[in-house]
Design a protein around this ligand. Structure first.
Ligand code: SAH
Length: 223
């Protein structure tokens, strides 16, 4: 396990700095107190390179290697809120593990989290990090998330953290009745729309939650 001092942080990574981020998210309109508490509890500085740890509690995306980024805390909060606001889903799939930060937030809110990453190095690193930090209800897999997560039934929530042009039908098929899928849709470098698909029986509705900017969801695996 990671030592408690490291986890708590000092100076720019201290609990005080973390609380300032939470206050900022509150001011920006995040209302769900459990989501805010999860962000306040999560040592984001341990999900980025040490050289960037002093910037970990700014509300910005940061590089995590392999050309990928850890999402902006506001966007993490917004997406998580959209997923849990109507009741806590039992089992959630995240596509695009990246640093593992979003998975760590989910792990504090829902009983079971599965997350899939197409870059082997990031998947391995995130798995190690989540284990060291004690998040025991997260399973990390290396693979192409376009196919979802095989062999484990349906998900009450799916959160996609890389942008496909349109959400792959295979993913929507893994959404349980009553479930929600949150994803950015569109081209990189252009305005992407954050959308929510809500499955109700035979019907699935699609609503837009605003504009975002994510790295693209690619096909196949790397490494
Ligand atoms: N949720 C992450 C940030 C995601 S960045 C965090 O909290 O840090 C987007 C991630 O999606 C990148 O790591 C990228 O490699 C991954 N990705 C892109 N296409 C993918 C695919 N088809 N399947 C799985 N992961 C994918």
């Amino acid at each position: 396990m990671m030592d408690e001092k490291q986890r708590r942080g000092i100076g720019m990574t201290s609990q005080r700095t973390r609380e300032r981020l939470v206050q900022r998210l509150r001011n920006e309109g995040i209302r769900n107190e459990s989501v805010l508490a999860a962000i306040g509890n999560t040592p984001r500085h341990l999900f980025v390179d040490e050289a960037l740890s002093s910037r970990a509690y700014e509300d910005t995306a940061l590089p995590i290697g392999a050309g990928q980024t850890i999402s902006q805390p506001y966007v993490v909060a917004r997406m998580t809120e959209a997923l849990v606001d109507d009741g806590i889903p039992n089992k959630v799939l995240e596509v695009g593990t990246g640093s593992g930060y979003q998975a760590a937030i989910l792990a504090q809110l829902v009983p079971e989290v599965c997350t899939v990453e197409r870059i082997r190095r990031l998947a391995d690193q995130a798995q190690r990090r989540l284990r060291q930090l004690g998040y025991r209800n997260v399973r990390v897999r290396f693979g192409d998330g376009n196919a979802g997560w095989d062999g484990d039934g349906l998900f009450d929530g799916i959160l996609v953290t890389a942008a496909p042009h349109g959400v792959p039908p295979e993913l929507l098929e893994q959404l349980a009745d009553g479930g929600r899928l949150i994803a950015p849709e569109g081209e990189q470098g252009q305005a992407q729309e954050l959308v929510c698909y809500h499955r109700q029986g035979e019907q699935t509705t699609r609503t837009c939650l605003g504009l975002v900017s994510f790295v693209p969801m690619l096909r196949g695996t790397a490494g």
